[in-house]
Design a binder for this molecule. Structure first.
Ligand SMILES: *[C@@H]1O[C@H](CO)[C@@H](O)[C@H](O)[C@H]1NC(C)=O
Ligand SMILES: *[C@@H]1O[C@H](CO)[C@@H](O)[C@H](O)[C@H]1NC(C)=O
Length: 433
């Protein structure tokens, strides 16, 4: 989980001109009208229901430190349950402009997405960057609230009754590439700072169990394995470019653990930031073994040991195990002009980050003096860009980077000039025209 934001981050993209504002106004009116209608219907429905338990919404946060609480209006549970078609997912059948079949046959990419089940994000990922992974699996908590509402990283349910173990849902409720991870630690019994019940998250246990699953079942399916957060927009073909064309790495013979390296929490050794952390086949194989055999169940604080530990976070534990058990240290994914392949914040923001002006906040800490910044921040074959919290963001990025060049591509043509300059460099480098 990333810490809060830079002193003054860049501004969000805005359209200009009154036409745009008028459209927004009209849309707003329509949305309000729809909301009012929905509210009215909900009220009517509510009268036909059993009286609801009057508990306040339960919230969970993606990370471990639930200190904020988001409240939200309840959502009527009137959706019809969807059954998923049998997965016919095959990268060969998902044409993508940039994947040249054959060239990267020995550099296949496995996308491992830690997940809390939500249909909207599953669908948008599978229809954008996810379809370009050679393999993609969503590693999901076993206890699922199907009708939960989401506000950024928060899951909001009205009461605990909404949670059920995945096996109590009818067959076909979830797509085939959703893998549920059973944990030894209990999901209930946790409370937030206000003493309200909240779902227990066991970030580290879930992470190492997911990797053991990959090691047990999917090891021969790829040469490169990346943990990609759901709010990251990932470019699998640029990962292949990086490992094969740029670094000439051998996935079966060499250990590699790489991504955006940070130094503010782990001293000089650093760690790879969680939103996109990749490793080679060899590292995958060996770390799965480490995780299978490491001591389990420690309840105390971190003691510089590779082990299963209650309350542990993911990034520090991962880098600790790699280092102490395999001697593997994080590698920084930057190009020869010191530009990032992996961005931790939307590129629209990072293009505006001026180190001189901002000073050494955590993002810059420990990084070389000539690290790229402002418009030179970012490599032209980006591997991943993080922090797109809404499904619509992924759709927009798909249009910006992969959509048609013509004026019909509104997302591309209404961009701010500085953003458009970067996107054009990326499209050119990737051969997207
Ligand atoms: C999780 O637990 C359930 C219930 O005990 C079991 O049916 C299921 O096979 C387990 N899943 C895995 C992946 O072990
Ligand atoms: C960054 O900020 C410094 C100090 O405000 C300024 O002098 C410099 O021109 C800025 N760099 C760029 C590339 O805008």
């Amino acid at each position: 989980m990333m810490a809060p934001y830079p002193p003054k981050s860049g501004t969000r993209r805005r359209g200009n001109g009154t036409l745009f504002q008028n459209i927004i106004t009209i849309l707003t009116v329509i949305v309000i009208a729809l909301l009012l209608t929905t509210f009215h219907l909900t009220q009517q429905l509510a009268h036909h229901r059993e009286p609801a338990l009057l508990t306040s919404p339960i919230t969970i946060q993606k990370g471990g430190s639930a200190n904020a609480q988001v409240r939200s209006k309840s959502k009527p549970s009137t959706r019809t349950r969807k059954t998923w078609p049998k997965l016919t997912y095959d990268p060969a059948n998902t044409p993508s402009v940039t994947r040249s079949s054959g060239v990267y046959a020995n550099n296949r990419v496995y996308c491992m997405v830690p997940f809390v089940w939500r249909e909207d994000f599953y669908e948008i990922i599978m229809n954008t960057w996810g379809k370009r992974c050679d393999q993609i699996y969503f590693f999901t908590d076993s206890i699922v609230a199907l009708d939960a509402e989401f506000v950024k990283d928060f899951v909001i349910v009205e009461d605990e009754q909404q949670y059920k173990p995945y096996w109590e849902y009818p067959e076909g409720t979830f797509p085939e590439n959703v893998i549920f991870i059973n944990m030894t630690r209990s999901w209930d019994g946790c409370t937030d700072n206000n003493g309200k019940p909240k779902i227990c998250r066991h970030i580290w246990e879930k992470m190492w169990r997911s990797w053991v699953y990959v090691g047990d079942h999917h090891l021969d399916r790829a040469e490169w394995f990346c943990k990609i957060d759901y709010d990251t927009f990932f470019f699998p073909e640029n990962l292949q470019y990086y490992v094969h064309d740029y670094k000439h790495w051998d996935p079966k013979m060499e250990h590699h653990y790489f991504g955006h390296k940070l130094y503010h929490r782990n001293g000089d050794v650093g760690l790879v930031a969680g939103p996109c952390a990749c490793w080679s086949h060899k590292t995958m194989k060996d770390i799965a073994d480490v995780y299978r055999n490491m001591p389990k169940g420690h309840m105390g604080p971190e003691r510089r040991r590779c082990e299963d530990r209650d309350g542990a976070t993911e990034e520090v534990s991962t880098s600790l195990c790699l280092r102490t058990e395999l001697g593997v240290v994080a590698e920084e994914a930057i190009d020869d002009q010191h530009r990032d392949f992996v961005m931790l914040d939307p590129y629209e923001n990072q293009l505006g980050w001026n180190r001189t002006k901002q000073g050494e906040w955590w993002f810059w800490k420990g990084k070389e003096k000539d690290r790229g910044q402002m418009e030179e921040c970012c490599a032209h074959r980006p591997i991943a860009i993080h922090k797109y919290k809404f499904p619509g963001d992924h759709r927009r990025l798909e249009q910006e980077f992969y959509g048609p060049e013509g004026k019909e591509n509104k997302d591309l043509w209404r961009m701010k000039a500085v953003n458009r300059r970067y996107v054009d460099k990326v499209r050119k480098a990737m051969g997207i025209t």
